[in-house]
Design a protein around this ligand. Structure first.
Ligand code: ZN
Length: 152
């Protein structure tokens, strides 16, 4: 993927879905009565919204709602639509919620890393590397939470 605008449209879609899911997970943790994980998901939703705004700004897009349709080219296994966020029976436990969030972060990381690896446009490559590094941090954060949760 060498077109910076095409790359940013993918980033926007990915971050928007991630934010939406974190917001759902935040609500689910509120319902469950787990304020620590609720606060963590709320922060992660905020990061996704920030990423989203950054991608919109960098693309010079003014209105998110007015973006023209685009042919998405997701690398294998990365489409942001692939996850099912509702637990079996509509119940979402903490462990499952953390696993879902981890899947989402891994998918984001895989997307940015693969673009960074294959793009021949230095601007796209640099931006994708930067985003991949942030997603790698999110993956590490989630892994920490999952390890802690397993101990308690
Ligand atoms: Zn992330």
């Amino acid at each position: 993927m060498n077109d910076i605008h095409l790359f940013l449209r993918h980033a926007i879609e990915l971050e928007r879905e991630a934010a939406r899911r974190y917001e759902e997970l935040t609500e689910a943790m509120k319902t469950l009565g787990n304020p620590e994980v609720e606060a963590f998901f709320r922060t992660m939703a905020h990061f996704s919204r920030q990423h989203l705004a950054e991608a919109v700004a960098r693309g010079g897009f003014r209105h998110l709602a007015k973006l023209p349709p685009v042919e998405f080219q997701w690398p294998d296994g990365v489409s942001p639509e692939q996850f099912s966020w509702v637990g079996v029976d509509g119940f979402l436990g903490v462990d499952h919620a953390l696993e879902l969030a981890l899947d989402s972060e891994r998918s984001g990381h895989a997307f940015y890393a693969s673009i960074a690896a294959v793009s021949t446009n230095p601007r796209v490559k640099a931006m994708a590397s930067e985003f991949a590094a942030e997603e790698a941090e999110h993956v590490a954060d989630l892994e920490k939470w999952i390890a802690q949760s397993a101990k308690s």
